[in-house]
Structures are given as C-alpha cells and as structure tokens.
Design a protein around this ligand. Sequence first.
Ligand SMILES: *Cc1c(COP(=O)(O)O)cnc(C)c1O
Length: 366
Amino acid sequence: MTLIDTETGLPPLEFAVTKNLAATSAAQREELLRDPVFGTAFTDHMVDICWSVGGGWHRPRVQPYGPIALDPAAAVLHYGQEIFEGIKAYRHEDGSIHTFRPRQNGLRLQRSARRLALPELPVEYFIESLKALISVDGAWVPAAADQSLYLRPFMFAKEAFLGVRPANKVNYYVIASPVGPYFKGGAKPVSIWLSEDYARAGKGGTGAAKTGGNYAASLLPQAEAYEEGCDQVVFLDQDGNVEELGGMNIVFVYKDGTLVTPQSDSILEGITRDSLLQLAADRGHKVVGRNVSLSEWREGVASGDIVEVFACGTAAVVAPIGLLKGKSFFDEQPLGPLAMSLREELTDIQYGRREDTHDWLLRLDG
Ligand SMILES: *Cc1c(COP(=O)(O)O)cnc(C)c1O
C-alpha cells in the first residue's frame, strides 16, 4: 500500500540510493573546490526519476554520476523536447546548506514542461530531488566565499520513436557542479553585442520556457558577439523592444530611481530578477515591467535619463553593463552603485549573512 501525503495528495518519493564506489576522494575534492570552473567538474551522484504515460513518475533513484544510455532514436536527439533549471546550494557559516526560492524554480519547470508538452514534475518532488542529491553529495557544497554548488535539474524525451508527438517516456535528472565567483577579482562591467540579424524567440514561441532550443538559437549570435569583442549578446523582439541576453534578464535604472525591466511572453522570467526587484521595492524604488525599445535605451543613456543598466541571473547574480555595441554604434553605458548594492544584499541573504525577511531560503541538509 502506498501512503499518500495528506498535504500534497502525492505518494512520497522513496529514492533508491546506489553509492558511487569510485567516488572522488576528499583530497581530490578539496583540490577541485580550490578553483572551480563553471560546469567542468561534477559531483559523484545524480538523481534520476522516470516518467511514462501509464506509470506516471516512478523509479526515483540516486545513482553514481555517469553517462546516460540513449537509443539513437530517442526523441530528444531529433526534436529537442527538453527543459532544464538552474539553482544553487549555498553553505552558511555554521556549515548548513540552503537553497534559494526552490518553489519558484519548481513552478517554472512546470511552466516550461507545459510549453514543451512534457510531464509536470510536482514541485514537492522537485524539492525532494534536490535534497536527495545533497544528502549524498553535500560535501561538494564549497565553504569558500562566493562559491556554491550549482544544481542542474533537467528533463527530456527518452522514448525511442521518430514520429512527431510528445514522448510517452521521459526522464528527469539532477546533476551538480561546484562553482566559484563568476567574476574573478570583483565584478567588472560586461560589454554587450546587439543582435540585429538574429532573434532568440518569437511571439508565441518558446522564449518563456527554459529549454535547450532557445540556447541553440543563441549560440551563433553569441559567437558573433565574441568576434565583435563583446562578452554577451542582447536580443530584440520583432517590434524593436529589448528582450534579454542569451541567459540573463536585463534591468534599466532611471534617474528618478525607477527600475524598468522588459515584460513580454517571450522572455524567460528570472528568479534573480524578481528577487532583485523585490529588494529594490523594499528600499522604496518604483519597479515597472513594460516594453523598452532600443531607441528608448539609447536615447535614455544619451540624455542621462538612464543611469545604470545591468543583467542578472543565477550564475552571475548581477553583471553591470558597461558597453552596448551594434553594427553602427558603440554606446558607453553609465555605471552606478545600485546594481552592485542590490547584488550584495541578495548574496548576503543567500549566504546567510543577512536576515531572510522574505523567507526565500530552504534548508537542504538535515
Ligand atoms: C535561466 C535564465 C535566466 C535567468 O533566470 P534566473 O532564474 O534568474 O537564473 C534568464 N534568461 C534565460 C534565457 C534563462 O534561461
């Protein structure tokens, strides 16, 4: 008999744990944690939950990190039915491990799933999956300042079938990778290339879903940005309104203290952006979501109406924008104190150095 959780109406997930017998030694791990490079080293285990049309979510496992066997006809390899999340685990001074607003990530994974015709993982299972991985790989959460363990939940169509329809077999995984500070030696302003030939998303498309296809579409313009000597690329919609960077949202600060961020159903709703805007609102700033055209941006900077522009996302937290470059222009961007001050407040909350008045943290260990 399966006992149903009375609060959620869900059967509890009982993860079968298979320990990695070739796990990294403590000494090797310390070496890797000395200077972790984003996305290059992974912890010893991963979470794997199966889903099928008939069986729902089943076979939750924690198993040794390693290759996933795929049939060459697996639908994801052909039609890209895939979604993911990005969230971090932070070690506090007392050694405890916390994550930040995981319900928001769980709900966003569900919205992404709906758009990609994938099954919705219950938010409770999402949170349990993070706890299950931390219960075996908690030692991988770095203790050094500004380091964290980046958690990457993802889900894709595993069914071997070349017909075009939503897959009947899907798997959900969580892997984890220790990360150091995004900017070594302090945040330096980033330069942004304006993509004038390529869009990232379109009206009614998948722009609001966290799905690999959006990233695939951003790689060529991102390569163009590198060729132009820029760090990142910014995209416009078909009406000339600013959308976002390849993987970060954008916020404009006006001289009256108002924060404006583009709002459209083709932008990925960042949890970092939402949190920073909440902190700004707490300080009395007015916060607005609306269209911002490229001309409003350029004219606002030229006239002094816009006093700061920054990008934000889980990986970098906040990146001040120092330059906007297009095919025919080169606009220096004004730098101010707000972006970095909001960044510090947010990271102070995440690392337990400041009171969590919004109840954003969730403890993952113990
Ligand atoms: C993940 C992501 C962001 C940032 O979202 P956060 O929740 O703040 O990490 C912004 N844009 C895109 C396209 C993304 O995939």
